[in-house]
Design a protein. Sequence first.
Length: 930
Amino acid sequence: MSRRGGGPVTVLNVAEKPSVAKSVAGILSRGTFRTREGRSRYNKIFEFDYAINGQPCRMLMTSVIGHLMELEFADRYRKWHSCDPADLYQAPVMKHVPEDKKDIKKTLEEEARKSDWLVLWLDCDREGENIAFEVVDVCRAVKHNLFIRRAHFSALIDRDIHEAVQNLRDPNQLFAEAVDARQEIDLRIGASFTRFQTMLLRDRFAIDSTGEERSRVISYGPCQFPTLGFIVERYWEIQAHEPEEFWTINCSHQSEEGLATFNWMRGHLFDYASAVILYEMCVEEPTATVMNVPHPRERFKYPPYPLNTIELEKRASRYFRLSSEHTMKVAEELYQAGFISYPRTETDSFSSRTDLRAMVEEQTRHPAWGSYAQRLLEPEGGLWRNPANGGHDDKAHPPIHPTKFSSGESNWSRDHLNVYELVVRHYLACVSQPAVAAETTVEIDIAGERFSASGRAILAKNYLEVYRFESWGGSVIPVYEKGQQFIPTTLTLDAAVTRPPPLLCEADLLSCMDKAGIGTDATMHDHIKKLLDRGYATKDANTRFSPTNLTNIIPVASQDLSLAIRYELWKPNLRALMEHDMNEVSVGRKTKAEVLETCLQQMKACFLDARVKKSKLLEAMTIFFERSNNTDESESQTAGEVVRRCNLCNESDMALRKNRDGNFMVGCMNYPQCRNAVWLPGPTLEASVTTNVCQSCGPGPVYKILFKFRQIGIPPGFDVNHLGCVGGCDDILKQLIDICGTGSRSQARRTPGTAPSNNIQGSNTRQSNVCIHCQQRGHASTNCPSRVPASQNSRPTATNPRNDESTVSCNTCGSQCVLRTANTEANRGRQFFSCPTQGCSFFAWEDSINNSSGNATTGSNSGGSGRRGSRGRGRGGRGGQSSGGRRGSGTSFVSATGEPVSGIRCFSCGDPSHFANACPNRNTSNGNYF
DNA sequence: GCAAGGTC
């Protein structure tokens, strides 16, 4: 650094925010700076003397407030009707200083004029680098020969700041250009889509330009839309959920020492037949034998990592039901008043140079947590533990922590008290020992089935004493000894149904955004708020988000539009791709111009395609407006064209319909009482019912449907026009459904290629709900009037014929499957293999092995004598088919003598090509096989 | 009037 003349040089220092300017000035001047006002009332100017590399300097330190400039279209393109929105992909853009930042600009200009050097103290991230160049532009415009340097610091502490000022470098142009690219892309695609969608809506629906609708903007943004996408996807998942029954065996034992509740180590089974067989064997031989009583094991529950912004928002939402936006507002006020540290930080680890104990010392006066803080500081207490490192560091700010003691200020609201308490208790928890417990797990065996019960004794609460937001329950179970036997107090076979996941709560949404890189810690809450403000989503009292009707149409429309051209505007990939490109620019692998050109070209193509297909969007909007204007919010389905009499309820007709996603189905008009439906091939573009009656299907007339398929969606060899029948006779429809799938959401979730069916009606219904006992609909299997509850069955008189000598090994988990004998009324004496491994639900009838007739697993209850077929669930069963057909190459079982065993087929659906654990019908949402 | 990113 060269000396300019003989005397001291004047150095203008600029920080990203007033607080940093003050801190840096304080550190460099050792607290001796003078303060004077600037043009902006928030941005003071601090003056002091300092020597940089031996050069005496008269230091002027001031600040901006984040970005000084905004990107905007040239005047001619600024009005909404001034141009075609497609022009916004080439329209000139420029940076300008908005009105509310003009006074800061003036300060910079005035101070730059009298300075020789400009030292940039912006935050050390890409945005900071970009702001640095905004400052440079303003200052250079009035003083072209300024000597410009950049200070790099990672924390506002003496050593870092002094080191930074003695090791000044050049600002990083590439970092700034990466942000320029991001800004330009965001502006162009956001403005073009928003103007297009909003104006389309206005023109088509003639919205009153003076009413409330005038302010309605149907915006699109690369952060707000993916955020909305998370909400909509979860909503769809819930809508598509079809409850499925499952069964579990529960056992309890009450003794003088207390109650132990044992859990079935298989978890639960989705197949009633196997559950009831295993249950009845337990009832038959109910003596429980204690197999294993390991010594109590020490368990720890660790305190959370130091608090960063996203965690603060998530926890305040969970603990106090505060919105992330309100949490940040309150945190900002606490920060401004000096009670907590800077609230916008990614960092979740403390620097080794932080004086952690001083912060605890401050809190010892507090009436609620003061005594805990005091104990933390006592070395003999052993409560102290250095905080864990969460692995994130934004190099600019420490984790959020208390900076000033307060037992509550008079102007604080309940929310201020809560957020401050959370910050303090979280900090105290971070520097505390984990909670400790002793856990014991007892394992018992009843008739070959394993059950376990756990007890937990809390040995030391440690951090949980102060962190009242978390708990760790203790439970006591009686003491058991290995080999001890007892008769359970209760032994029940209980049914339950799968439930859909809950709507996303605010903490879930923040996690989704964080994981997908949508927004930054400082902006996530803004995106969420925008969705609520724009009427795309609503939030209930439990902070759970639902899409509004308006929301439902936009992503759907966008999805339909974008699928055709492979851009999914509402999915998070777009942001991830942009983020990747920004990284490429910031390391110099791509130029800003290159990234802009490629990205904008693609986005413009997407936009033009969307415009061509605007009928799709209008159609979706029509549905929305019709719904909005309809006071009856129920899903009253408009009558469609009748195809046939419903062959399930026999009470209503089935009509051709198009759902809100644009997919076709033939559904019972008695919905939701009757859920019979046939989903039509996914690529169906148009469908209409003809007067042509199918000659082979019935009962009653089944009218044929005239289909028009999307050429691009069907395989070669199929015609786009097809006169088809949904009664079950139409092989072309079956093949198209097999290959292309249907528009059913639940079907769409399946693994591609795993939903074959030979019967369009059979596997394509909304929810079969067929009772597995009597094969009738209308009641659950557990309430079948033809059944005597399993526990009330008369006890079989036969002794247990289990034969543990004969085994096969399961190639799924490698365990020896035990050959056992059923005691149930329907299957008495019949042998089966079951895998004893927890989590492996393998089950196979012995007579299905080496038995190519295959009728053992297909529900042939008409046999009547001896070993009857199992009560298969009938889902895609392949009764009577030879097992020698399709067979997976990995399906090898060996008998106890090492001989290969053939003929095993899936217990769930009877297909010999796979085992039950690979059955396409299995429910994977809860990690279980069936 | 539109985006997302800073921050008082």
